[in-house]
Design a protein around this ligand. Structure first.
Ligand SMILES: Cc1cc2nc3c(=O)[nH]c(=O)nc-3n(C[C@H](O)[C@H](O)[C@H](O)COP(=O)(O)OP(=O)(O)OC[C@H]3O[C@@H](n4cnc5c(N)ncnc54)[C@H](O)[C@@H]3O)c2cc1C
Ligand SMILES: *[C@@H]1O[C@H](CO)[C@@H](O)[C@H](O)[C@H]1NC(C)=O
Ligand SMILES: *[C@@H]1O[C@H](CO)[C@@H](O)[C@H](O)[C@H]1NC(C)=O
Length: 478
């Protein structure tokens, strides 16, 4: 060995001397839950996060007179929710947001709210009454809605423009819930289960980030956990899967740093796995996991958030935007403007409003120039709400970029048309990679791996807890 290589060897050996119990890749809801659960149990944990912040698809940003959420906004269901329970246990009074909606028409005509809400309720309820043979959700809802109109509202049964506009609107509403690009990408077959209790609990002026601070013991300048090391701006580029019990797992980062641990918990999104499945893992993944990664779907929704000098509007919860067929056709190249199903008032900011986008329109908004998005958003507001109101210019605008972001590549997963054919895909995605002695060494968590509670923060947290407990149960047995 030349002196230089000896020196190099010493440096590398020195930086590698530490072998963590577990390395957690990603500090979203799943990773933060796993890391904090293991740290509280006394394990030596390293968490590597590619972004410059904790939270993943939760991103609370100071804005307007308070703060807004670019990602997850609500706690969906309170019963047995790890998120809700964390808030309550720490005396954080989350707000049960009511979602009364008002429907506005693109041509300024008064909406037939009674008819539209009855049809919307009906269209949503039939989802819980799926056909015996799975089919595309939009196709099924369309059939049921048309039957309903023929039976109950024969006077509009020949109004094909209205029916088409209603179905277009309903498609958007569902895409905005499910993150699908079209309601015909969704299957009528789904294992999703709602938690009981209020469905829209908001962290309001605390921000969803508080959930992470509470988990990491950093809320109100808490000291954190001494045996949990957190490294931000650390993009993991390669993970080895130790086949021999004595081997450690090796995690390499794009900045050249290398870390070792007995086990690794991978929490990156399905979108990231789809893109990096051949590079992120040093050994080929089992075929059932590759199949799950390929066959499952991750979609995207987005937000355009505007702040104003005053809160000039008078709706309380949601306005739904209903485009007539001819107004929609008049948009030409700006068709994406009709893919904004609604506007909400965020609970963390009094002078802000959020325009929600679905599917391809979201991808479009992420790439358009800033001033175009702002101008077009104002055009939408003035068209729907400006007839009797003088709408001021916005003071600032923020928009999400969950699709563009290389560390998320979308908003969350949904049950696509292949789900009935691959009913165990989420379980397969979440299965650990074992060593020759059968010990889990590379584990998988994240929203997508939750068979019933996917697409949510609480569901992601459950999977982080699941994988932490998998490791704790094993090590307590040894
Ligand atoms: C606009 C929007 C609105 C939503 N609304 C709600 C809502 O109201 N309620 C709700 O419950 N859910 C909502 N969701 C869904 C919810 O945010 C997600 O299901 C949940 O946060 C996912 O958590 P996770 O830990 O599985 O993944 P993530 O949050 O994606 O965490 C994974 C982490 O891994 C990191 N990472 C990725 N690649 C690497 C790498 N190579 N090296 C190191 N780190 C890496 C990422 O940066 C990220 O921080 C919403 C999502 C979006 C986008
Ligand atoms: C609707 O159209 C059908 C076929 O064109 C016609 O028989 C029916 O009377 C129409 N119904 C109404 C309510 O106009
Ligand atoms: C919100 O809803 C939950 C569950 O439905 C309930 O237990 C709780 O008391 C409500 N909170 C408030 C502040 O009303």
């Amino acid at each position: 060995m030349t002196p230089w290589s000896v020196l190099l060897f010493l440096c590398v050996a020195g930086s590698h001397a530490m072998v963590y119990d577990t390395i957690v890749v990603g500090l979203g809801s799943a990773g933060t839950t796993a890391a904090s659960t293991l740290a509280q149990a006394g394990k030596k944990v390293l968490a590597l996060e590619a972004m410059d912040r904790v939270g993943g698809r939760v991103n609370t940003v100071p804005f307007g007179d308070g703060l807004v959420e670019l990602g997850a906004e609500w706690i969906h269901g309170t019963a047995n929710s790890r998120v809700y329970e964390t808030a309550i246990a720490n005396n954080i009074d989350v707000v049960n947001q009511t979602l009364n909606f008002q429907i506005l028409m693109s041509d300024g005509s008064p909406a037939d709210t009674k008819l539209l809400s009855e049809l919307m309720d009906f269209a949503t309820e039939v989802i819980d009454d799926p056909p015996p043979v799975p089919e595309p959700l939009g196709q099924y809802i369309t059939r049921r809605v048309k039957e309903r109109i023929n039976e109950k509202y024969p006077q509009i049964a020949n109004d094909t423009d209205f029916i088409e506009s209603f179905l277009f609107f309903m498609d958007l509403v569902i895409d905005n819930l499910e993150a699908s690009n079209s309601w015909n990408d969704l299957s009528t077959f789904s294992d999703y289960e709602e938690l009981k209790g209020h469905q829209y609990a908001s962290w309001h002026r605390y921000g969803y980030k508080t959930f992470f601070e509470l988990m990491l013991n950093t809320y109100n300048n808490g000291p954190g956990y001494p045996n949990l090391d957190i490294a931000l701006n650390k993009e993991v580029s390669r993970i080895t899967w130790p086949r021999q019990p004595a081997e450690d797992a090796v995690v390499s980062c794009s900045d050249g740093s290398v870390y070792r641990a007995r086990s690794v918990i991978v929490t990156v999104s399905l979108g990231v796995l789809k893109e990096r499945r051949n590079t992120l893992f040093a050994q080929p993944l089992p075929s059932e996991k590759l199949t799950a990664i390929d066959k499952m779907s991750m979609g995207v929704i987005g937000k355009i958030i505007l702040s104003f000098p005053t809160s000039w509007w008078n709706f309380t919860d949601i306005v739904s935007l209903f485009w007539t067929k001819s107004d929609r056709n008049g948009l030409g190249d700006d068709m994406w403007m009709a893919s904004i199903p609604g506007i909400t008032e965020p609970k963390g900011c009094r002078n802000c409003m959020t325009l929600w986008t679905a599917g391809d329109a979201t991808r479009m908004v992420e790439t358009l120039p800033e001033d175009v998005v702002k101008t077009k958003s104002m055009e939408i507001l003035r068209r729907f709400m400006g007839r009797n109101t003088n709408i001021p210019e916005p003071t600032a605008m923020l928009r999400s970029s969950w699709y563009k972001n290389p560390f998320t590549r979308g908003s969350y997963t949904y049950d696509n048309l292949l789900t009935p054919q691959y009913p165990n895909a989420r379980e397969d995605l979440g299965k650990p990679l074992l060593d020759s002695a059968g010990n889990p060494r590379v584990l998988f968590a994240g929203e997508a791996t939750n068979p019933q509670h996917y697409s949510t923060v609480h569901g992601a947290s459950e999977t982080g807890y699941r994988e932490a407990m998998r490791l704790l149960n094993i090590s307590s047995k040894i």
